[in-house]
Design a protein around this ligand. Sequence first.
Ligand code: URA
Length: 425
Amino acid sequence: MSRLKENLNPVTAEEMKALDAWAIDVLGLPSIVLMENAGLRAAEVVVSLAEEEGYKKIVTVCGKGNNAGDGFVCARHLFNRGFDVEVILVEEESRLKGDAKTNYDILKKMKVATSCLDQAKSLVLFKEKLNKADLLIDAIFGIGFNSFLAEPYRSIINLMNGSNKSIISLDIPSGVNADTGLVSSTAVKALKTVTFGRIKTGLTLNQGLNLSGEVVIADISIPDKKTETCLLKEPVETEDRRIENKLGNCQKCELYKTRTNIVAGEGNLNASILFIGEAPGANEDKTGHPFCGAAGKVLDELLNSAGISRNEVYIANILKCRPPQNRNPRTSEIQQCSVYLDYQIEIIKPKVICCLGNFSTAYILEKFGLKDKIEGISKIHGKIFVPDPKISDIKIVPLYHPAVVTYNVNMKGVLKADFKILAKI
Ligand code: URA
């Protein structure tokens, strides 16, 4: 295992996913073998630190994806080595699937201590568990994480950092963007990061450089550079990348002259719910992420109140570039920019589109043949519109724009009531 961060030809999340896919699909290495290798290598690093420091009690904090699966395998090997191991899921058990679920089921059969934050019902209990541990393993988010970190993950990560225990992160500290090393709200501060297969660019840049601590690159059986070069000639184009490629360095309207970043949109491309805002504001323009400023905080709170996690939805805007001084979008700008939104709708295939504010409501109602239903948002918020089934089976829900709460806090109640409807749908 190598322990240097520089001169290692870091890869992006996309390139790593392509390498994984190649090892699985072309070489025929079963994905569960790669997961086993990752968890075993991580366990070796943990054992060596634990033996040096005399650590006995190890708590592994897991999400629901493959990163959690690596955490389960690691926990199993630590348990077999005689450590006092507890696995805490920060997601409901029912959300585990594939290799991660297989490995979780094995842990349960082996009677390794497992609990769900949900079961524990409180972050207070979580904090107590962290306090009793000698060492924490962070297996919440892997390299797929690229959105804004919402609650309860923010509190979970803050409690882990605040516990002052040594933390070993698997693949990347949770909350760090694997490509840019940027952190949207908070991220795990690791003593060491065991990264799998190749070092990721995000571990060498920005906050990711410091948050990852010592980086150990673990060989999980993905072959070396020579073979890899053949693969990278034909990069796998993911849908996220397809949206970015389509946007390119768009200069369809004047807004390109004043923008800092294009804000394409982000979230789960398999989402059932697509939120469409108006246009990026100052924070969004600066970071390239949608709804990461004051209105984003309100949106997070509303999603939380409806029991919806930001990771489950996709968030886009009608305009992808910030209008100067946050002025209203112009009709010509909406016309030119909407090709990108149309493309996102085509890729995501949402079941429900939530239009935040008047501009997206008018655009979407017209797009789905409901022009005659367009009225001011104060009249139609919280209603469900159903297009002619010959056009689409998407349900359309106009909502007030969350920014309204930043001007009038009393509107939060109205928005919360409307968001409850979403939970029901
Ligand atoms: N308001 C919006 O409409 N979109 C954003 O991304 C942020 C604020």
